[in-house]
Design a protein around this ligand. Sequence first.
Ligand code: AHM
Ligand code: MG
Length: 328
Amino acid sequence: MEQSRIAHSIGIALDRFIKNNQEQFQYASGELSQLLRDIALASKVVNREVNKAGLIDIMGALGSQNSAGDQQQKLDVLANIRFTRALSKGGEVCALISEETESFVDLNNEGKYVIAIDPLDGSSNIDVNVSIGTIFSVYRRKSPEGTPIKDIDILQKGSEQVAAGYILYGSSTMLVYTTGHGVNGFTYEPSLGEYFLSYPDLKMPEDGKIFSVNEGPYNSFSTGMKNYISYCKEKNFTARYIGSLVADFHRNMLKGGIYIYPATNKDPTGKLRLMYECNSLAFIAEQAGGSATNGKNRILDIEPRTLHQRTPFYVGSKRMVEKAESFE
Ligand code: AHM
Ligand code: MG
């Protein structure tokens, strides 16, 4: 009782919160706690670099492309380096799946965990000073430690996640995560260099009035999707779309809303990546009482076949996701 009171006190530092809640983990050996601390530490370094973006010459395109053919920005590359370094040093992670690398990175250690990460999502917003984010998923490896990494370790369904979270580099920096026991949000205090609990046991409103869709490719949406957008407009819902998944998701989680990236002519299977964009947010949404589907099926039940697989994504308040699906 006392423990849970402390664990949910607003203002508790992230490190202490992780420690106090460690016994909730199914395998409470302290490694997952360390891993979360490693992610938090790397995010502070990335946060510093994001905040310096306009001051030193780290903005702008690097000129290379990532595995999906997108233009890589320098900060994407830097963030990937920071997170990879932090996660490989700790020894808890044996393999890393990243938006920025073609195949998974084998960290050649006895670590029990596999991480899927988008080190800096919303890259088109980096140069224009708009919120961006980091998204991560944590899985337990399935094959015995000390043996080579196998597909069963890497291509796990979202429902197998043991933890997931995101960092939002916004008007303030926030780290939001779940280990399957609800969702908690922490705000970064830059002068102290520490995250503090600001949103204990976050719950997404069951219904909402915000819809977040890029309507640019409207002509190539399915009839169902077009009809759902008409429905939102008839209902006088509010349209809000930043083009940064973490920011759009975070707003809808706090205020009640739906984010949709449907199939389009350009991206017939959707634009967003299952393994390091959708699964993590789907886990968080469900833990907060919301839901996430591909328009028909639960995101967390999709069997991944490839690392960079894409999927249509409907995520947000439960009733809104149900309503959107009913149009498909
Ligand atoms: P990225 O991984 O290249 O940054 O792309 C993912 C981003 C999401 O953050 C965002 O929701 C979406 O792409 C925006 O796409 P669009 O510009 O087509 O609306
Ligand atoms: Mg991304």
